[in-house]
Write a protein that binds this ligand. Sequence first.
Ligand code: ZN
Length: 161
Amino acid sequence: MTVRDILIHPDQRLQIKARPVVDFDRHLGALAEDLLDTLYASGPAIGLCAPQIGTLQQVLVMDLSKERDSPEFYVNPRLIMRTRPCFAEERCLSVPGVTANVWRSTLVQVRAQDLDGKLFTRQLENMHAVCLQHEMDHFEGKTIARKVSIFTRLAEALKAG
Ligand code: ZN
């Protein structure tokens, strides 16, 4: 069990695209365990992905359960359907102290592999769908830091004096 350090914006590694996983071996298993330990050690966060702990691979974990006992792993996820767009309020462990309004789909279908490489398709709604899209943005080297509106920046600048 290893709680890894979470990369913080503007760390350059958060802006690099993540590679698809090719080998479904014990290294992937160890990465998945580290992701889960790090997520659970991070307070109430509901999602974390491998690039945030410095491993540039397309692996993410989400757990939206109150008990924090229902982790879901997605390897090499692709959205095959997205609908019901809406503004979602998002935070990110890699961009502390920031809340961003992001245009997201609140109903998606995702095709991904599990930790054994088995393909599956799942339909996700609301927070679940939003969290998945947030983590998938990390795979493209994108964080919510660039989505913070000019108004938020202005308000913070005024607050800071
Ligand atoms: Zn994030």
